[in-house]
Write a protein that binds this ligand. Structure first.
Ligand SMILES: Nc1ncnc2c1ncn2[C@@H]1O[C@H](COP(=O)(O)OP(=O)(O)OP(=O)(O)O)[C@@H](O)[C@H]1O
Length: 261
């Protein structure tokens, strides 16, 4: 982990009609950190993710992303360009093609990395074939890291949820992300799958130099895996601290449990 800021939210606000879903929220994520974003239902977590990834553009305030020591103002980038800067998101609803193999699903996600054009690939020129081979080797290495290499030629259809989640993570790793944004990675997983995912995310930062920002309702998971946690309520910043300090923070406890009168 370093002190280098990778992502910085500066007074982010987002309004839906009369409702302030995010209210002057500021926090930063450092390179190499795993940061959890927590808050009760409707606190604004998903809206924040949609602003960071530029799916929503109508926000106030600024979102900066560090690219080679230059803080890019993400508002100047389209959703697809944000991905090209190294900021990649996975979705709660997995977007995979059921009737293709696991390996093909991962390679499809990586087609934007081809340097040779589509015609070269259709004609299978030597350059295009070399490029495909390199990407395939990369995909296979990622599948090994995620412990699903032996399933690579199986259809996605019928795979358990835990495997689907890994395929989604594999697709994000194919784009060499600097930062991965995960929306409820542990949702729908059983205890064993949750433990394994925890280990994978933890090892990922060493092997692939990723920084992670995640939303998760499973507090055990968040507490175990995160270096720091940002707690919000009604779109407002409550605290950013270590898991232990967040757990004992009276404002956070009140947001989750309600105030005793
Ligand atoms: N597209 C939208 N149009 C109108 N209101 C919205 C929209 N998206 C979210 N909201 C509202 O903004 C607030 C924040 O919602 P958001 O989904 O960001 O919260 P959340 O913390 O992700 O909730 P959850 O934990 O339940 O997923 C809520 O009051 C929600 O009803």
């Amino acid at each position: 982990m370093s002190d280098q800021t990778l992502l910085k939210l500066d007074k982010l606000s987002m309004q839906f009609g009369g409702l302030k879903a995010v209210d002057e929220l500021s926090f930063s994520v450092n390179e190499g950190e795993i940061v959890g974003l927590i808050g009760p239902n409707g606190a604004g977590k998903t809206t924040i993710f949609n602003c960071i990834t530029q799916f929503y553009k109508e926000y106030q305030g600024n979102i900066y992303f560090n690219k080679e020591d230059e803080m890019l103002d993400l508002k100047e980038y389209k959703v697809t360009d944000v991905i090209n800067q190294g900021l990649v998101r996975t979705f709660q609803n997995l977007e995979l093609i059921p009737d293709l193999s696991i390996l093909d699903n991962i390679l499809i996600g990586a087609h934007n990395q081809f340097k040779t054009g589509i015609i070269s690939h259709m004609l299978k020129t030597p350059k295009a074939r070399k490029e495909e081979k390199i990407l395939k080797e990369k995909a296979e290495e990622i599948l090994k890291f995620l412990n699903i290499y032996e399933l690579k030629d199986f259809y996605v259809k019928g795979q358990p949820y835990g495997v689907l989640k890994k395929i989604e993570i594999a697709r994000t790793l194919m784009s060499n992300p600097k930062m991965i944004i995960l929306d409820e990675p542990a949702a729908g997983l059983n205890d064993k799958e949750t433990d394994e995912l925890q280990e994978i995310l933890y090892n990922m930062k060493d092997k692939y130099n990723t920084t992670i920002l995640l939303i998760e309702h499973d507090m055990g998971f968040v507490m175990n895996i995160c270096d720091r946690i940002v707690a919000i309520n009604f779109g407002k910043f409550l605290a950013m601290d270590s898991p232990q300090n967040i757990q004992s923070n009276p404002q956070v406890q009140e947001a989750y449990l309600g105030k005793d009168d």
